[in-house]
Design a protein around this ligand. Structure first.
Ligand code: SF4
Ligand code: SF4
Length: 206
């Protein structure tokens, strides 16, 4: 188990996490609603900024269990919902001239938590007196220069609170996707992207 008191990070605003071609910014329904409400978009406008990225290969049960955000069933196959890419393979909302995010205050959870990920522990971690573990993501270790021995130690209390919120949102998101996927399998819904978004927009809880 890693020692949270040794985690170091300082964002250098290099833009690597916004421009990496192989990174998809997966969205929870909280992210979708935040962007929709913040930019005052209708359903077609939301569809214009989202990608439903279809899995080309079959994924097994073990693969699914490892996914932080589960894919949804669509009429074209299993799909990840993520922000659209720009023509260079970076995030649609990244302004490379100004090196800034165009929706910073509305940015998805993935962006708010990068380069960290969280897990719930079975026992309280003594050093922080909490049930949350925090660790660097593989992508973070791969290309985030903000992780370095020169960077300051992270504020643990802040990141634990963020971790709790994140895990809570992920849990609710998984539950919604599970229900959607079950309804599709039972033949209750014809699973278009538009229909999925309509369901999300009807959610009262936000
Ligand atoms: S890759 Fe790391 S340092 Fe660069 S912008 Fe993203 S979080 Fe900041
Ligand atoms: S939403 Fe903003 S912070 Fe997130 S990847 Fe896109 S440009 Fe970067």
């Amino acid at each position: 188990m890693n020692n949270l008191k040794n985690l170091r990070f300082n964002c250098l605003r290099c833009g690597n996490c916004c421009t990496d071609k192989n990174t998809l910014v997966n969205l929870t329904y909280f992210d979708i609603l935040r962007i929709k409400n913040g930019l005052d978009l209708d359903i077609n406008e939301v569809l214009d900024i989202l990608g439903f990225f279809i899995f080309k290969e079959k994924i097994n049960h073990e693969d699914r269990k490892r996914m932080v955000i589960a894919p949804i069933e669509t009429e074209k196959g299993l799909a990840y919902i993520a922000l659209l890419k720009n023509s260079l393979g970076g995030c649609y909302f990244y302004n490379s001239e100004k090196k800034k995010c165009l929706i910073y205050d509305l940015r998805p959870m993935f962006c708010r938590t990068f380069p960290f990920s969280f897990e719930t522990l079975d026992e309280i971690k003594e050093e922080t007196n909490s049930l949350i573990n925090i660790f660097y993501t593989e992508k973070g270790k791969e290309y985030c220069p903000g992780i370095s021995n020169e960077a300051p130690l992270i504020e643990i209390d802040y990141w634990i609170e963020r971790g709790k919120k994140t895990l809570n949102e992920l849990k609710k998101n998984q539950s919604l996707i599970k229900k959607w996927n079950e309804r599709v399998k039972n033949g209750e819904i014809y699973p278009t992207a538009k229909k999925f978004l309509s369901m999300v927009f009807e959610l009262i809880e936000y």
